[in-house]
Design a binder for this molecule. Sequence first.
Ligand code: NAD
Ligand code: UFG
Length: 338
Amino acid sequence: MKILITGGTGYIGSHTILMLLNEGYDVIVIDNFSNSSPKVIERIEFLSQKKVCFHEGDIRDERFLKSVFKEHVITTVIHFASLKSVSESISMPIEYYDNNISGTLTLLKVMNYFGVNNFIFSSSATVYGAPSRIPLDESCDTGDTTNPYGTSKYFLEQILIDTQRANPALNIMLLRYFNPVGAHSSGFIGEDPNGIPNNLFPYITQVAIGRLPRLSIFGDDYPTEDGTGVRDYIHVMDLASGHVAALNRQHVLTGLRCYNLGTGKGYSVKEIVETFQKITGKKIPYIVSARRPGDIAECWSSPELAQKELHWEAKRSLEDMVIDAWNWQNKNPNGYLE
Ligand code: NAD
Ligand code: UFG
């Protein structure tokens, strides 16, 4: 039983691969390094004490994919590969739709050609758009997305629903991640964004390490307790264990399934900054600036369906997320660049 992981050297993929290797799974990894470093492989090998079977290539390249599927008997695909920057997607919609949608279509065609029927897809809470109610459960409306990245995830969910309907032998899980943060507790692998981070956690850790002068809090006039945005942050190792749970349960949870992967708790930007300062002893200077276009006031998950059906729940606290995010940044001030 071999599991193909696309986008496996990225942030979430790398943590998931490590966990799968440690649990004894046979893993094949592909990535084109468009947003990750080859060093990730060395570090996973060091941590797992196992060799990673890696193929460099692009999921839009059908010949490349066919060569990988021909070489290995693959039973399940976990599909992380995607471009993921909200702001970049607004200025580069064609690249985003091409990479995310064409790439997934090519992958599905090749899976079909080789008769591979199990698929686990990285979706996102972003598909809910502006929440109709909170906490968000899987029956909430989707589709009111505000940027091409989010729309690509929404379209892909629809494509996967149609594909499964046409071929009931397919088992597809849509995993809607909330806000992944933190790192492996070793500090050997973590999140290494290109350029100035868009997301709150890497921005804060880069301020703390001295790479950035101050944080801008995007708005303190939201209808939330302290006026700043509220999100459901989930430790990346909990997210990784969500994929292991999905893999272990897919043989009983057949057909098309959709699960939120979140903690069910929301924290505001100010709460994150305060917790970070308290735990690390590092001062995070900040200014309050205008709201970021497309941001919503608050969003957190109902993780109940995943608890019930995947037998999974997030275990790590906000303190764990902060400790591990800071440990990674502190040990790797410039990410994977030595
Ligand atoms: P990431 O950018 O760190 O990892 C994605 C990996 O895919 C990278 O290593 C990149 O090089 C690779 N890749 C991209 N296009 C490719 C292609 N055409 N062919 C081969 N490899 C390709 O992102 P991540 O944070 O690990 O996210 C993983 C998945 O989870 C993505 O699908 C993302 O959209 C989704 N997601 C992420 C978040 C988040 O906040 N990190 C939230 C919700 C959903
Ligand atoms: N924020 C700031 N300053 C910053 C960065 C963020 O105040 O420099 C605030 C945002 O306004 C928001 C909160 O911090 O209130 C979290 O913002 P992030 O950018 O970290 O995360 P988002 O919730 O905006 O989006 C993330 C991913 C999306 C994904 C979504 C749900 O970027 O791709 O989580 O999974 F879809």
